[in-house]
Each structure stands twice: as structure tokens, then as C-alpha cells.
Design a protein around this ligand. Sequence first.
Ligand code: ATP
Ligand code: MG
Ligand code: MG
Ligand code: MG
Length: 478
Amino acid sequence: SQRVKVKQILLDENTNYDVVVKGWIRSFRNNQFIALNDGSTNNNLQIVLEPDSITPDILKRLTTGAAISVKGAVIPSLGKGQRVEVKAAELEILGDCDPEKYPLQLKNRPSLEYLREIAHLRFRTNTFGAIFRVRHALAFAVHKFFNERGFVYLHTPIITASDAEGAGEMFHVTTLDIKNPPLGENGEIDYKEDFFGKATNLTVSGQLEGELGAMAFGDIYTFGPTFRAENSNTARHLAEFWMIEPEMAFYDLEDNMNLAEAFIKSVIGYVLENNREDLEFLAQRLEEEDKQKPQQERSELGLIPKLEFVLNNEFERLTYTEAIDILKNSKPNKTKKFNYIIEEWGADLQSEHERFLVEKHFRKPVILTDYPKAIKAFYMKQNEDGKTVRAMDILFPGIGEIVGGSQREENYDKLVTRMEEMHLPVNEMSWYLDTRRFGACPHAGFGLGFERLVLFVTGMGNIRDVIPFPRTPKSAEF
Ligand code: ATP
Ligand code: MG
Ligand code: MG
Ligand code: MG
């Protein structure tokens, strides 16, 4: 029979109707009250058993974690803490759960570190229930935003043969016997015998293919997994992460910044409106966590005011050169968090610099533009000064870089010259260069790391806790 979700029952104004509910037992007390959770909400549904109606054998099997099906009437609850409860008429145990072995038996809230060790079961906790429902809603809001603006969702390939962008960070894809690969005349691996007849790898970004789409549909976005074999064991990097990459024809850098800012505000606005309950749970969790920390490490705003602040304030916009001046002129603050070294013009900003600008100096999201061309990718549009490119990075409090984007160089000759300077394989990239040969136009786009967005919105501190199945160096559990 059709089951009704717990969330729906708890929201329904009506009472005195029959339902079937199915879920997992969170707790069972006094041989009478089951707290049932089915993943639709963190709020449990109270199931009340008629005393004496249950056999001792069934009573013994009503343990935390067991899967059950209940048929009964939704009635007003006399107990405090819930408006309604279900008076069980029929109860069936669908799957037993051995209380001796079940790792989520713990009375106290298990630590995030412990839950990372049992990542295959952590979805059943309130914390991860809330995180992954919010993640789902954000993904939905991403598609909603672009769909409403007429963007085409273009699926770019996971396996690619282009290696222009990911130098040194790519996972190779091969069907060759890696212990005994065929070798060419000079002793290097001969990829002619490989599956695709050439070396291939997992994509680090869908942008280059996305540009082909933008040159036909005008506005496209891709939203899929990307892979980087960077050996960065940080709380902000994954080896497999999801990236949202819109690419727009007839856009300049300013249009690009405007879209990125509107996009971030729109998806945050969506969850504030639609995921209040889960956000409030996460906010409270964070507040409790904060109480354990020394004063200066506590968050200044609660989670929801922090999200509302982003929604209601314009992002600060300045150039890389202006940012370097600020960093040079700021007295180094020698707390552990901001122990930055003041850099000279030309260096890439480290995350301490980014966080200083966002968290100490401007105290709001920042868009930095016009970076030195030497530290940015080959496809970015070159400025008249010959030194900088029309790049933008968006920096967020507590996160650092959340978006990297640019206006693209649409001039064929300038692009090829830049590729040659950077020793990129111009011949192998002729498919890409066709975008500059046949009806080139100004265009721009950006990449937003989806997990960094989820980190910000959930207030979590480690990127491993906002992706269902984290992939990091020396760890691939499933
Ligand atoms: P970072 O400086 O943090 O290493 P990046 O400049 O190398 O990032 P880009 O190539 O600009 O990253 O990618 C676009 C966006 O993808 C970044 O702004 C970030 O949000 C996200 N991102 C990049 N690398 C990772 C990663 N390893 N794990 C999760 N998200 C990432
Ligand atoms: Mg990086
Ligand atoms: Mg970066
Ligand atoms: Mg970047």
C-alpha cells in the first residue's frame, strides 16, 4: 500500500485519518512509544502502541535502526513535543537491527570524525539528514535558476582527451595493462593501442566544451562531477567534486559578475525559503559547537543571519592590484588565523590573503578581478595593459575562493599566441579554436564548486561532510 511520508503527516492540519508509514526506529521507550524517522525530515513521528497488543517477541525486535511498517490513525497527541502521533493498529518489522552491532546506537551525538569513519551509515543521523536535504535543494535551485533564464543544460564529457587545463592534476583513464604497457620507439607509453587510441583523462572542468555550446545556444551551463588529482589534504578540496559552469555568449566580465552574484543569491534565497527546518537545525548545531570554542574563534553571526546578510548586501568588487595594495598596507595581524605574508604584485593569493580580505577587511563577499595573466589560464581575455586578464574570483567568508571565472579571449591570433607562449598543444586544440574561427563573439563564464557552496550554506567546516561519498587522497571507501 501507499505510504505517507512523515514530513507530510507532521505538516498536515487534519487529524483522525488512517495512514501507512514506513521508516527506521530512532528510539523506543516504555514499551510503548516509537520515534520513527523516514528521512523526509529530522522530526520523528511518534508511534503509540496499545499496551499488551504486541507480543514479547516483537517487543524485543523494536530496536534502534530496525525498519518497520505501521498502519494506524493520525490523532492529536497528548504528549508534549508533537502535535500529532500515530496510534498503531498494525505493525510489521521489515528488517531487524542488532543493537549490539549497530554503530548509531550512541546516546550522545557522535563526532563528525567518527561519522566520517562510518560514512556509509551517517545519512541516518540528523546532522547528515539536514545537510543532504539542503544539498539536494541547492542542486534543484541551480537548475531552476538557469532554466528560468533560458539556459540549456549541456552535458559535457567526463572522459576527455584535452589536457590544456589540468596540467599535473589529472586522473588518467586507460585500458592498457599498466604493469606492462606497450611502448613506442622512444620508450614512452604507446597510447595508440589504448581504448580511444590516445591518452585520455577524467575531466577537470567542462568549460572548454561548454564554450562550444555557448557559441550555438547562447547561454548554457554544465553541472557535473569534475576530478582533480591534487594532493591537497585541505578542508576545501576533494579529488571528485561537482562544478556548476555557466558559459554565456555576448557577455563581458561585468555581465559575468552580475550573473554570478545573482545566481548565488538566488540559490541561497531558495533554501532560506524552502529548507527552514533543516537550516534551523544546522544553525543550532553550530551554536552548540561554537560554545566549545574560545571566544575569538566563534562565528559572529548565526547561520541564518549569515545567509540573509549575503542575500541583502552587494558583493564588494575590486581589482587584484587594489587587493594587493590593501594587503601590503594592512598591519599583519599575527593571530593564528591571519598570519599572512604580504605579497608582491604578481603572486597568486593564498587562502590567508583571501580570508583576510573577506573576513577582516571588507567583512562581506568579495569579487576580485583583473589578475596577472601569468597566474591565470590561457583562455582569459587579455587587458590592454598587457599584464592582466579579465578574470574574476569570488571569495566567501569562511571558504575563500568559491567561484573562478573570466571573460574569454575571443581573438583567434591573441589566443594562439598565448597558447604558444604557454607551450600548449595548439594543433590538438583546433576543435576549440574553431569557436574563434567561425563567428567568434565576446563570451564569458565561471565555475562554482558546488561543495563549497554547500559548505557555506550548511555552516559545516569540512568539505568531506557535505558530499555523500567523499573522495580524498588515500581514501576511497566505497
Ligand atoms: P583553489 O584555488 O581553491 O584550489 P582553483 O582556483 O584551483 O581553486 P578553479 O580551477 O578556479 O579552482 O575551479 C573553479 C571552482 O571549483 C573553484 O572556485 C572552487 O569553488 C572549486 N574547486 C576547485 N578545486 C576544487 C577541489 N579540489 N575540491 C572542491 N572544489 C574545488
Ligand atoms: Mg586549485
Ligand atoms: Mg584558486
Ligand atoms: Mg580558481
